[in-house]
Write a protein that binds this ligand. Structure first.
Ligand SMILES: [Ca+2]
Ligand SMILES: [Ca+2]
Ligand SMILES: [Ca+2]
Ligand SMILES: [Ca+2]
Length: 393
């Protein structure tokens, strides 16, 4: 009885030829290099199928047999059979790639289509496949008779992002603007580019800068621009003055649902432009002097008689500046007896006298401090603090 069963087992156990997989180990997961793709991406496909490594001394292939084919499909379009080749002669891992070719679409609103949709190729690296915006790529492999492995990855468009690489921009220096829109990597084997509009408070017409893809397959685009107050806007140079806001705008014509395929969204960012001169050197604050009510310089002081404290600031730079000039009087116990300020704007190369009256009520030693801030709300010092000691007899 036992011998009879064993005999049957031997008879019915199939014996495979070298090129046919081991049915007892139906292990062949399919992998893609990303979990989501855009419409013109490259897809790298790997299939782990050790049982298809028929010859450990040579590179084997899978997918090109009619009986055990690989099909790569995007709905109505497909590549079949598609051949994948072993990564090394004994790896049992098979790989290949295809390039998605999207559909006819104008990505920059110039009236000209920017894609070349086509479906062609039989592997392992020459495949091109048309694909729609909201679809999926399905890879199937008939691993063994009646055993079909399937992997599916979604394809969709993305909303682009834009940002300045620096938080604060400086005049007469260059800066970079970056757009990330994976949908604009129209050719994953070449550097693509797109245009960014830039304008400033001082030049609302602005410029159109060309942003270059950072590598062949990054979908990240960078434009280098310079900001100048001495030259008009031209090329990648934008006219602006200190204090301007600089705007960068990218029009995304490749938007995901719920947008329609023909929708456009302007993606914008802005940054403040500042002079490259350090803040503390923006305004020159001179030593104070003292005068009487008629403007004559005071040689001595006395209790209960009014003193005019006269300060002077100058703007040696070629841009106008807003400022707040502060007077502060402290007694010998460091208690503030008087605090006042003058708010104003100083034009380029201008010198301004600022004065404030003060009447000492008691004798003693007083410290008079003057300082310049950019505003009451923004206590950024535009010059070093100046301090003077006076004695009231
Ligand atoms: Ca092999
Ligand atoms: Ca176009
Ligand atoms: Ca590219
Ligand atoms: Ca997009």
């Amino acid at each position: 009885m036992y011998l009879f069963l064993l005999g049957l087992f031997l008879i019915f156990t199939p014996v495979y030829a070298e090129s046919i997989p081991n049915y007892d180990k139906p292990y062949a997961p399919i992998f893609t290099d990303k979990s989501v793709y855009s419409w013109t991406d490259k897809i790298i496909i790997s299939v782990i199928a050790p049982s298809w490594n028929s010859n450990s001394n040579q590179i084997d292939s899978i997918g090109n047999l009619e009986s055990h084919s690989i099909k790569i499909s995007s709905g109505e379009y497909f590549l079949k059979p598609y051949r994948l080749t072993e990564t090394t002669s004994n790896s049992g891992i098979f790989s290949g790639e295809i390039i998605l070719t999207g559909f006819l679409h104008d990505v920059d609103d110039d009236g000209i289509f920017d894609t070349n949709p086509r479906t062609t190729g039989n592997g392992p690296t020459n495949g091109f496949l048309e694909v729609d915006r909201d679809s999926a790529i399905t890879i199937s492999f008939e691993f063994a008779d009646g055993v079909v492995l399937v992997e599916s990855v979604p394809v969709r468009w993305n909303v682009g992002t834009i940002n300045f690489i620096d938080d604060l921009l400086f005049l007469e220096k260059s800066t970079m603007v970056r757009v990330i829109d994976l949908d604009m990597n129209l050719n994953p084997e070449a550097i693509d580019n797109l245009s960014i509009q830039l304008f400033s408070d001082s030049d609302v017409a602005g410029i159109e800068a060309n942003a270059i893809e950072t590598s062949k397959d990054s979908g990240s685009f960078v434009a280098t621009i310079s900001l100048s107050q001495n030259s008009p806007s031209s090329g990648n140079r934008l006219y602006s003055v200190s204090g301007d806001e600089i705007f960068a705008k990218y029009d995304d014509h490749t938007l995901p649902k719920p947008y329609s395929k023909s929708d456009t969204l302007s993606i914008e960012t802005s940054a403040r432009v500042d002079s490259s001169i350090p803040l503390i050197e923006r305004i020159k604050n001179s030593q104070i002097t003292f005068s009487d009510g008629l403007g004559y310089e005071l040689e001595s002081f006395s209790q209960n008689s009014q003193i005019q404290i006269v300060g002077n600031i100058s703007n040696e730079h070629d841009f106008k500046q807003k400022f707040v000039y502060m007077f502060q009087v402290k007694n010998d116990k460091h208690v503030v007896e008087s605090l006042s300020w003058i708010r104003g704007e100083i034009t380029s190369k201008q010198s301004l006298d600022v004065s404030q009256s003060w009447t000492p009520k008691k004798s003693g030693l007083y410290e008079i401090e003057t300082f310049v801030w950019s505003s009451i709300n923004d206590p950024t010092a535009l010059s070093p603090l100046m301090s003077t000691l006076i004695n009231i007899p």
